[in-house]
Design a protein around this ligand. Structure first.
Ligand code: ASP
Length: 345
C-alpha cells in the first residue's frame, strides 16, 4: 500500500451489519461503537491517508431509515466537501440502494467520490466481507489521475464491484455478492488492480459549487400489480390521503390489465393531478409502453414511462422532485430526463 498523506477521506458511519455485535441476551445483531470498526481494520492506516470519521447518533439498522438520515448525510457532505477528497458512507445493506439513489439526486454538481459500502457479516467476525469492502471503498474514494478523482459519483461498492448508486438493487440476502446493477455497467472492478470503466463514469466538464436539495416529499406510494388485483385494492391505494405520486410496478415491458375498471381508476387519479410512473417488476430491462396494447393503454391515459429505472431510484427521484419543483408539469418533465444517470436516455 502507498503512503499518501495528501489524501483526506471522511468515513461516515450510519449503522448496519458492518458495525454490529450480537446482543448477549437476545442473540440478535445491533449496531455498536464506530471506533471499534477502525480497531478491527488496522490495515487502513497503511494507506497513509488522512482518515477522519463521523458517527451518526443513533446508529441504525438501515431498515429503520427515514428521510432525515438523507438530509443529515447531504448536509454533512456539504459542510465537509472542501476539506476532503472523498467520502465513504458505511450503511446497512437493506436500504443502501435507496440511500445511494437519494444522495445522487440531492447532491448537485458533485465532483468527488461518495462511496457507499457495508457488509453481510459484522466486521469483527472471522469471515467478514466488511474489511475488503471498507478497504477498497477507501482506496477508490482516494484514487485520482492528474488531480481528477476517478469515480466522482455516488456509488455503491460491494464484493469487488463499484456500481452507480442509483442503478443498484439488493438482490441477495445471503451471499456476499449482494448487489447488482442490472441496467448499467459496473464503474470499476477490484481484482489485483482497480480497473475503472472510464466510459461508464460521469466526469463533470465544468466546475460548479456543490448544491444540496434537502426538501423531500414523502407522499409517494408503490403499487405492485398482480393477477387478481381487484378494484377495491387498487382504489384504496390510489386514494391514500395526500398521495401525490404512484410508482406503478407493472409486468414485463410496462404492461398492465386493460380492463375498463382498472384503466378508469388510474385515469381518475391522473385527472386529480396525481403522477403515475410506470416501472417494470422485472429486475432488468426497460419499460416500453409502445410494445403491447396492454402498455399502450397506459400511455394513452397519461401514465409516464420510468424507462429502465429501478424501483428504489424511482421512489426517491419522485420524493426529490416533488420536494424541489413548484409545478407538477416540471416534475413530469424531469421524470422524463436522466438527472444523475439513473435512466438510459
Ligand atoms: N439489517 C441490516 C441493515 O440494513 C443488514 C445489513 O447491514 O446488511 O442495517
Amino acid at each position: 500500500m502507498r503512503e499518501d498523506k495528501t489524501k483526506s477521506i471522511l468515513i461516515i458511519y450510519t449503522g448496519g451489519t458492518i458495525g454490529m455485535v450480537k446482543n448477549p441476551e437476545t442473540g440478535a445483531l445491533a449496531p455498536f461503537d464506530f471506533d471499534q470498526i477502525l480497531v478491527e481494520v488496522p490495515e487502513l492506516k497503511r494507506f497513509g491517508f488522512n482518515l477522519s470519521t463521523f458517527s451518526f447518533s443513533p446508529l441504525i439498522d438501515s431498515s429503520n431509515l427515514n428521510l432525515n438520515v438523507w438530509v443529515k448525510l447531504a448536509e454533512l457532505i456539504k459542510e465537509n466537501y472542501k476539506s476532503y477528497d472523498g467520502f465513504v458512507v458505511l450503511h446497512g445493506t437493506d436500504t443502501m440502494a435507496y440511500s445511494a439513489s437519494a444522495l445522487s439526486f440531492m447532491l448537485e454538481n458533485l465532483d468527488k467520490p461518495i462511496i457507499f459500502t457495508g457488509s453481510q457479516l459484522p466486521i469483527g467476525t472471522l469471515r467478514t466481507d466488511g474489511k475488503e469492502n471498507l478497504i477498497s471503498a477507501v482506496e477508490i474514494a482516494a484514487t485520482e489521475k492528474n488531480g481528477q478523482p476517478l469515480a466522482p459519483e455516488v456509488c455503491v461498492y460491494f464484493e469487488n464491484k463499484l456500481m452507480r448508486g442509483n442503478r443498484t438493487t439488493k438482490y441477495n440476502a445471503e451471499h456476499f455478492n449482494a448487489f447488482e446493477s442490472p441496467n448499467y455497467p459496473e464503474l470499476a472492478v477490484a481484482g489485483i488492480n482497480l480497473k475503472f470503466n472510464y466510459g461508464a463514469i460521469h466526469y463533470a466538464t465544468t466546475k460548479k459549487e456543490l448544491e444540496i436539495h434537502t426538501i423531500l416529499d414523502e407522499n409517494v406510494v408503490i403499487l405492485k400489480i398482480f393477477p387478481g388485483i381487484n378494484k377495491k385494492v387498487l382504489h384504496s391505494i390510489l386514494n391514500i390521503e395526500n398521495t401525490k405520486a404512484i410508482i406503478l410496478e407493472t409486468y414485463g415491458a410496462g404492461n398492465a390489465p386493460t380492463e375498463k375498471w382498472f384503466l378508469n381508476e388510474l385515469e381518475n387519479s391522473i385527472a386529480q393531478g396525481k403522477i403515475i410512473l410506470n416501472v417494470t417488476q422485472c429486475s432488468a430491462g426497460t419499460v416500453d409502453m409502445s410494445k403491447y396494447e396492454t402498455g399502450n393503454a397506459l400511455l394513452k391515459i397519461g401514465v409516464l414511462s420510468g424507462y429502465d429505472i429501478t424501483t428504489e431510484a424511482a421512489v426517491v427521484k419522485m420524493m426529490c422532485l416533488l420536494g424541489r419543483c413548484n409545478k407538477i408539469e416540471e416534475v413530469k418533465l424531469m421524470l422524463n430526463q436522466s438527472i444523475s444517470g439513473e435512466i438510459s436516455k
